[in-house]
Design a protein around this ligand. Structure first.
Ligand code: PGA
Length: 254
């Protein structure tokens, strides 16, 4: 059985000391048999998290990396540097980077390729903003981001990529997509992947939902068809909340 992924995006939060304290507090879910827990701390905490996760099934990754493997890129981090600290995952194209750091689809595609070529599991983040949703351009935006983001990847390479559907209007706003909205987007993404590759690839690729996931809405979101896990921001910084999210079961409807 493929485990659901529950990923914690800490963003620009936690000093090394605070990171160690948070990892210790979420210890009960670091060896979870039903879920693949992946922690994304800031770069400066990667080695702290690495040490604390030794012997646990939980994995960790970086929130970004450069597409070049070395060179004159002041302030950037390469895939080899991440490998050295034991990372296996990397977030690519998060909307906060697309918006604040002007990352475009071409940068995102180059990063995805570098990650895949280096045996990393990249999580390709995509999603529409409110204006795009209200003007019914969601499917077109997702298609553009996926086609560009996965450009040039063969079938066996693309299977290493995880997609995270994160509507921008749902990130950090407390307004999660409904289970139906998330399922609908995931099913459109799978149709597109069938078109670009084939049905088998589309079924095997894992697609996560992210955007204001909490212990309150997780049980309902878990019922969503085709949702293979979650990328959790704010709620992953609260240990009790994150533990509840990892342990949550789908809501039973009577
Ligand atoms: P949020 O962030 O859970 O705080 O909305 C999700 C994300 O940005 O990955």
């Amino acid at each position: 059985m493929v485990k659901l992924i529950i990923a914690a995006n800490w963003k620009m939060n936690k000093t090394r000391k605070e990171a160690a304290s948070l990892i210790k507090k979420v210890r009960p879910i670091l060896n979870n048999k039903q879920r693949e827990v992946v922690i994304f701390p800031p770069f400066t905490c990667l080695d702290v998290v690495s040490k604390l996760l030794k012997g646990k099934s939980a994995k960790f990754g970086a929130q970004n990396m450069h597409y070049e493997t070395k060179g004159p890129y002041t302030g950037e981090i390469s895939v080899d540097m991440l490998k050295e600290v034991g990372c296996s995952y990397v977030l690519i194209g998060h909307s906060e980077r697309r918006i604040n750091c002007n990352e475009n689809d071409e940068d995102v595609n180059r990063k995805i390729r570098t990650a895949v070529e280096n045996e990393f599991t990249p999580i390709l983040c995509i999603g529409e903003n409110l204006d795009e949703r209200e003007s019914e351009r969601t499917d077109a935006i997702l298609e553009e981001q996926i086609r560009n983001g996965l450009n040039g990847l063969t079938k066996d390479k693309v299977l290493k990529v995880v997609i995270a559907y994160e509507p921008i209007w749902a990130i950090g706003t407390g307004r999660s997509a409904t289970t139906e909205q998330a399922s609908h987007a995931h099913s459109e993404i799978r149709k597109l992947l069938t078109n670009m590759y084939d049905r088998d690839v589309a079924q095997k690729m894992r697609i996560l939902y992210g955007g204001s996931v909490t212990s309150e809405n997780i049980s309902s979101l878990l019922r969503g068809k085709g949702i293979d896990g979650f990328l959790v921001g704010g709620a992953s910084l609260k240990p009790d909340e994150f533990i509840k999210i990892v342990k949550a079961k789908p809501k039973v409807v009577r």
